[in-house]
Design a protein around this ligand. Structure first.
Ligand code: ARG
Length: 471
């Protein structure tokens, strides 16, 4: 018979239904490592402060290590009647070491305990997501490096606009991911404060050393207000926001992958490893995984929204509503983790059809801006030059040819400023090569950009090493 650890005040157990409804164990059991580490640090501090005897502290430490081993090996049978991971660990400990185990919860509440576990777990998640983020950035850089000279149409409004290097296009995503990394760093920093010692809400009457537990658990600081410590979950909002933005970025790349893999575009062929077939149409090769990442983005945005709404108007301090914080946060993290891996796999293994990209880059009068610039550089006000070239494009449309195919006489007739050298603005390579502005698509500018992206990756790798988990 499992009796609630608070059974003293009660005459009856909660109904079986209520116990199950109120339990968070299925969700929070994954924090058992953090919970046990927190308890070990708390017990050691209690002994240091003379609140517990050294024998009790030793028994607690050894007992907690055993509970961890049993949970690690899967041998431990979690019981939903324990409500949450904190109760499960404490009960297992008391069953193992008796009296000393029953002293662990001195000067502590599940309220500061759960906030501590969740912050430690969130830091762990940030580290894992940073790994995945870096891995995908490296895959994008590798692709960009190996796509030498490959040109595709750049689009606005999904209409051919100006040709760009495929490397340039891929690097746009690498930069988004670099900023996603910053957001994970911010989430990491937000979580990096220890609530232990806040107890239920107001602090405790024991002479706890909050700095000692915070330091032992690898926190940068302690939360300065006990009410705030047990009642806010904004560090999870930060994490979920970081996940949601990154998913939105991945959904954009995935949308392009779906388009590029279509027969209409034919820019890429996804590897079999990242494609699926149809149960009825034998010819199909579908970009399911890109679609799934795109689809899962909605879930993660939902996770963020759900927690925002849970926290809205919640009075201080701890309320059981807060138990709803973890499921969405874990889901957002798991989903992003999988999505990063999936996109990395697709990017690394897709076959790029540079001829198809290049062929499309010849279409859509993409030289028009450069031809207008040609006139403007020869003195015609840009607005007028724009109108001259607009008329030339209209002529092309009527003839069914490209601007680059229009005979020179037509150019001359449109403006006497045109000379034979206008041909230099009409080639796709020329158009790309001319965009040498910092951050532009010319090969030399993209080369410089690649170096910056790589420098950013090295710098973030160094950050990740500096926050490796303390064991
Ligand atoms: N399972 C709870 C949660 O996740 C732990 C804290 C419970 N505290 C309480 N006073 N009921 O929020």
């Amino acid at each position: 018979m499992v009796m609630a650890l608070w059974s003293g005040r009660f005459e009856h157990d909660a109904s079986a239904f209520a116990q199950e409804f109120g339990a968070s164990l299925p969700v929070d059991r994954r924090m058992y490592r953090q919970d046990i580490a927190g308890s070990r640090a708390h017990a050691a501090m209690l002994a240091q402060q003379g609140i517990l005897s050294c024998e009790d502290a030793r028994a607690l430490d050894e007992g907690l290590a055993r509970v961890r081993e049993r949970m690690e090996s899967g041998e431990f049978a979690f019981d939903i009647r324990d409500e949450d991971v904190h109760m499960a660990v404490e009960r297992a400990l008391i069953e193992d070491i008796g009296d000393a185990g029953a002293r662990l919860h001195t000067g502590r509440s599940r309220n500061d305990q759960v906030a501590t576990d969740a912050r430690m777990y969130a830091k762990e998640c940030c580290r894992a997501l940073m790994e995945g983020n870096l891995s995908l950035r490296r895959a994008l850089v590798e692709r960009a490096r190996s796509s030498d000279g490959c040109i595709l149409p750049g689009y606005t409004h999904l209409q051919h606009a100006q040709p760009v290097l495929f490397a340039h296009h891929l690097l746009a995503y690498a930069w988004m991911l670099a900023r996603d990394f910053r957001r994970l760093q911010a989430a990491y920093d937000a979580a990096d404060a220890c609530p232990l010692g806040a107890a239920a809400l107001a602090g405790t009457t024991y002479p706890l050393d909050r700095q000692a537990t915070a330091q032992a658990l690898g926190f940068a600081r302690v939360v300065q207000n006990s009410l705030d410590a047990v009642s806010d979950r904004d560090f999870l909002l930060d994490l979920e926001y970081a996940c949601a933005v990154c998913m939105v970025h991945l959904s954009r790349l995935c949308e392009e992958i779906v388009l590029w893999a279509s027969s209409e575009f034919g820019f890429i062929v996804l590897a079999d490893e990242f494609s699926t077939g149809s149960s009825i149409m034998p010819q199909k090769k579908n970009p399911d995984f890109a679609e799934l990442v795109r689809g899962k983005t909605g879930r993660v945005v939902g996770d963020l929204t759900a927690l925002l709404v849970t926290l809205k108007a919640l009075p201080l301090a701890y309320n059981k509503d807060l138990q709803e914080d973890k499921e969405g946060a874990f889901d957002a993290v798991d989903t992003l983790q999988g999505a990063l891996q999936c996109v990395e796999g697709m990017v690394a293994t897709m076959e790029v059809n540079d001829r198809a990209m290049r062929a499309q880059a010849e279409k859509g009068h993409m030289a028009a801006t450069d031809v207008a610039d040609y006139l403007a550089k020869r003195g015609l006000p840009f607005r007028e030059a724009h109108a001259v070239v607009g008329r030339l494009v209209l002529q092309c449309e009527k003839r069914g040819c490209e601007l680059s195919e229009l005979p020179f006489e037509e150019f001359k007739a449109a403006s006497s400023l045109f000379e034979e050298d206008v041909a230099s603005c009409l080639s796709v390579e020329g158009i790309v090569a001319a965009r040498t502005t910092e951050g532009g698509t010319a090969p030399c500018a993209v080369e410089a950009q690649l170096a910056n992206v790589e420098e950013g990756i090295s710098c973030d790798e160094a950050f990740l090493c500096s926050v490796e988990a303390p064991e």
